[in-house]
Design a protein around this ligand. Structure first.
Ligand code: NAP
Length: 338
């Protein structure tokens, strides 16, 4: 499976030297141009994305998560090309993800969506192309197409037709693998059962952390050989527009902090290690070199099974990103149990 071999590759580059066919894992640097509350969006210049991506590659990260809707594809592409030009990495050493935005779900727009990302990135292909969300928005040049009253104009697109167009992008060599994001079990099954399915989704990227451990979705994904990729694995950047500022701070959780102290690790390392040992690919966003170094060290230690059980016990099905803005959409994924 394409994503498995790529993750193996990424792991090899991180000098893990081990490969579990059913337990592939990797950490990634993912850079999104929304700051934490301490660093609001307008205060994170794009030059910082460029520099942070270069530092991440120097630190050893090889998996980079991006999306058309994050306004930083140009800088991410620039950083990757610069590290290739410097001889630090080859293109095939990098595992780059981007995502199809909701205004491009109509099948005739899918390759246009990917071509736009490739143009931003100034690259010939990405390694993984995901349907970002199952909720479709009417096409326009805006990310959120709105009517005169500021209401988002959603539409319903047959996601099986979108998927067929995604398959064509893979056949055209524009992406090595295809997958989905924010799909629930029912939506995954709809794609898996699609008549004439050529390629199944290699992964489902969803919010996942000790407060929302996604156990049932993870078990389902594993049973279908789909990799679960965790976003918000550190409790999110808490962007004001998306996250309730009263939401609990995952990295300040007393149980997580006590466990970190016991193992002489940081809470972030415990949260990432938790995912690694469950066979989940964890995204870890950071602009700070010291945090990046710390995060990559989550690959260097083991948590005993009793500690994994304690972390499982923190689950409270809590979402930092409930996406309530789209709750009325027929394809809203988070109303189902999983
Ligand atoms: P996250 O990775 O859960 O958390 C990032 C926050 O943790 C940042 O504020 C960062 O601080 C902090 N941090 C990082 N390393 C740390 C460490 N070692 N110690 C203490 N704090 C640390 O954030 P996220 O952005 O929600 O999720 C990660 C990525 O997932 C995104 O960047 C994006 O690529 C992807 N994502 C995808 C979707 C989707 O719908 N598919 C949705 C949301 C996110 P600093 O900023 O100070 O470095």
């Amino acid at each position: 499976m394409m994503v498995t071999s790529c993750l193996f590759w990424a792991m090899a580059l991180l000098k893990i030297g081990r490969y579990y066919e059913s337990n592939c894992f990797c950490l990634c640097i993912s850079l999104l141009l929304t700051g934490s509350s301490a660093k609001p969006m307008e205060k994170v210049p794009l030059s910082k994305t460029l520099e942070s991506t270069k530092i991440a590659i120097d630190t050893g990260f090889r998996h980079i998560d991006s999306a058309y809707v994050y306004p930083n594809e140009k800088e991410i592409g620039q950083a990757i090309r610069s590290k290739i030009a410097d001889g630090v990495v080859r293109r095939e050493d990098i595992f780059l993800t981007t995502k199809l935005w909701c205004t491009f779900h109509r099948p005739e727009l899918v390759d246009i969506g990917l071509e736009r990302s490739l143009k931003n990135l100034q690259l010939d292909y990405v390694d993984l192309f995901l349907i970002h969300y199952p909720m479709s928005i009417k096409p326009s040049e805006a990310m959120l197409t709105k009517d005169g009253n500021g209401k988002i104009l959603f539409e319903t697109v047959d996601l099986c037709a979108t998927w067929e167009a995604m398959e064509k992008c893979k056949d055209a060599g524009l992406t090595k693998s295809i997958g989905v994001s924010n799909f629930n079990r029912r939506q995954l099954e709809m794609i898996l059962k699609k008549p004439g399915l050529k390629y199944k989704p290699v992964c489902n990227q969803v919010e996942c952390h000790p407060y929302l451990n996604q156990k049932k979705l993870l078990d389902f994904c594993k049973s279908r050989d789909i990799v679960l990729v965790a976003y918000g694995a550190l409790g999110s950047q808490r962007p004001k527009a998306w996250v309730d500022q009263k939401a609990p701070f995952l990295l300040k959780d007393p149980v997580l902090c006590a466990m970190a102290k016991k193992h002489n690790r940081s809470p972030a390392q415990i949260a990432l290690r938790y995912q690694v040992q469950r066979g989940v690919v964890a995204l870890a966003q950071s602009y700070e070199e010291n945090e990046m170094k710390e995060n990559i060290q989550a690959l260097e230690f083991q948590l005993p099974s009793e500690d994994m059980e304690v972390l499982n016990g923190l689950n409270r099905n809590f979402r930092y990103f409930p996406a309530n803005i789209a709750a009325e959409h027929p394809n809203f994924p988070f109303s189902d149990e999983y």
